[in-house]
Design a protein around this ligand. Structure first.
Ligand code: SF4
Ligand code: SF4
Length: 387
């Protein structure tokens, strides 16, 4: 295992962290609460035995059962071999006291009296302003620190770069943060700028979704051909690209099978900062170009089309629509559309007024694409074009 500097802490983190959000399940349904405990425990312990020293879970993962299984995996001496991370379910906190209620419940589920790294889960502008700040949760976290219940305070993030910077600048007690980052998402959310900004402030940066939720693991034929010529797998190449960057402290992989654990550990063993040569980086560039060639709508996510008078979240819908097509995984896009977008902001609210179109520098026929996007994402229809 390779180890890396973890921000300003005097501690080295394993390049690979074990993410307990995609454990194997008995019913075969990804993310379900019906976790295959025996297999999961074996996988987590196997990884720790080979040097993984960071285990990450969260309150809602696997329908609130991930923390329970993680706690079982860390019995028999394994708790002492790792730093444990879990997250406060910010969206469920309705009053300040709820912070402690959740924390105490998590300690119990994890069968530990101490969580090394405690994150505010999934911060965005609204959760930062309306929950963390308004309910004085930073003070609550510091109080939990003084009580010896948590070690270091951090946050995971899903919003625009400017919000990321605001959150980093808004509190001087952050030790680390967790962002989504992979070779296809360098400008999405915090992105490369956020990675560098957080590192420049001394924060450790934990990377989630290094394979874009697994989508980069099974690329379509044109992308696969790019990797075939190198003799490396798309997974190994994607992970090495993340590790290549000095600002990255570790990456989390939500491993689903023992084979994935073995492969990811083998990749981590050969990882390094600035270890990729120009040709390897060029391969990643070519894979990225192939994916971009397969993009249906040339939206740059500049946001100039907003606000839509009918509250349609145009860039987000286009991204989900594009991603489902490009990565051949429309189900993930449909799930996000149904569960994480307010109904009013979905494409079905578009009335084809075209007010957005004159503001779009890419001259995208937004009013024509919105009904098509809603048919695919909201009504289960097939894409109106073929690959
Ligand atoms: S203005 Fe055009 S390119 Fe920019 S986010 Fe809107 S649709 Fe995309
Ligand atoms: S055409 Fe649709 S998306 Fe564009 S401004 Fe009008 S309602 Fe909003």
């Amino acid at each position: 295992m390779q180890y890396r500097r973890f921000g300003s802490l005097d501690w080295q983190a394993s390049a690979l962290g074990f993410g307990c959000m995609r454990l194997p399940t008995v019913d075969g349904k990804a993310l379900s609460g019906n976790i295959d405990e025996a297999e999961s425990i074996q996988m987590i312990r196997f990884a720790i035995d080979r040097g993984v020293n960071y285990v990450d879970t969260a309150y809602p993962y696997h329908e609130k059962n991930s923390e329970i299984v993680t706690g079982k995996a860390l019995k028999d001496g394994y708790r002492g071999k790792v730093r444990l991370a879990t997250k406060s379910p910010v969206w469920s906190i309705k009053k300040t006291e709820d912070f402690d209620l959740f924390l105490n419940e998590q300690l119990k589920k994890l069968q530990t009296d101490y969580i090394d790294f405690y994150l505010f889960h999934g911060l965005d502008k609204k959760r930062w302003d309306n929950v963390v700040i308004k309910m004085n949760l930073l003070e609550k976290a510091e109080s939990a620190q003084r009580d010896g219940k948590i070690g270091y305070i951090g946050f995971s993030f899903h919003d625009r770069y400017d919000v990321f910077q605001e959150i980093i600048d808004g509190y001087n007690g952050w030790t680390f943060c967790q962002i989504q980052y992979n070779y296809m998402n360098t400008e999405h959310q915090a992105g490369a700028r956020g990675l560098r900004y957080a590192a420049s402030k001394g924060l450790a940066v934990v990377i989630m979704e290094p394979l874009l939720g697994g989508r980069l693991a099974n690329p379509p034929a044109p992308v696969l051909n790019v990797f075939k010529k190198t003799g490396k797998t798309p997974v190994d190449s994607a992970l090495q690209w993340v590790w290549n960057q000095p600002e990255v402290s570790l990456l989390l992989s939500g491993m689903h099978t023992m084979r994935q654990v073995e492969e990811n550990i083998a990749s981590a063993d050969t990882s390094g900062i600035n270890a990729m040569g120009p040709e390897e980086l060029a391969v990643i560039g070519r894979a990225r170009d192939k994916y971009k060639d397969m993009t249906l709508i040339p939206c740059t996510r500049c946001g100039y089309c907003l606000p839509c008078p009918n509250e349609v979240n145009i860039p987000r819908i286009i991204k989900l629509f594009n991603d489902g097509f490009t990565y051949g995984d429309v189900e993930t896009s449909r799930g996000i559309y149904a569960n994480y977008m307010a109904e009013a902001s979905r494409a079905g609210s578009c009335v084809q007024c075209k007010a957005c179109e004159e503001k779009c520098p890419q001259k995208i026929s937004i009013s024509e694409w919105m009904p098509k996007a809603h048919a695919v994402l909201g009504e289960g229809q097939s894409y109106p074009v073929n690959k």
